[in-house]
Design a protein around this ligand. Structure first.
Ligand code: CO
Length: 134
């Protein structure tokens, strides 16, 4: 059912330092910071030949990244995103297997303007999983 790895999201304590590190030390193609108020994050996209990295930094008061950075002060992998062809079919299949879909199960529009859903990390070996319909 799942297809390509769309991105790996890394929460970072210093967005500028992390962007510079990927640009200068790792020689990656690093974009400009984008505020995503609906998701409580500022994101920097990094284009790799086979996938993307998203650097996440808290935006606003109820950012989901704030608590994560309190537990992981030096940052860490926040989620992985897999592509699916049909997000509603994927959601229904996952629910049948007992996996918990976060929120009310209605896809939101994600950082790339496409429908996304998140799956509970406790049901996926401690890893928050995002599904994106492409
Ligand atoms: Co993501």
């Amino acid at each position: 059912m799942i297809g390509r790895l769309n991105h790996v999201a890394i929460a970072v304590p210093d967005l500028e330092a992390a962007s510079n590190q990927y640009r200068n030390a790792l020689g990656a193609k690093v974009g400009e910071p984008q505020d995503e108020p609906d998701h409580g994050v500022t994101v920097v996209f990094i284009e790799l030949p086979n996938t993307k990295i998203e650097l996440l930094y808290p935006l606003g008061e109820n950012s989901p990244i704030t608590g994560f950075l309190e537990k992981n002060p030096s940052g860490g992998i926040h989620h992985v995103c897999y592509e699916v062809d049909d997000i509603l079919a994927a959601r229904d299949r996952l629910k049948e297997t007992g996996a918990r879909v976060l929120g009310d199960g209605t896809p939101k529009i994600g950082a790339h303007g496409k429908p996304v859903l998140f799956l509970h990390p406790k049901d996926f070996n401690g890893c928050l999983v995002e599904l994106e319909q492409v």
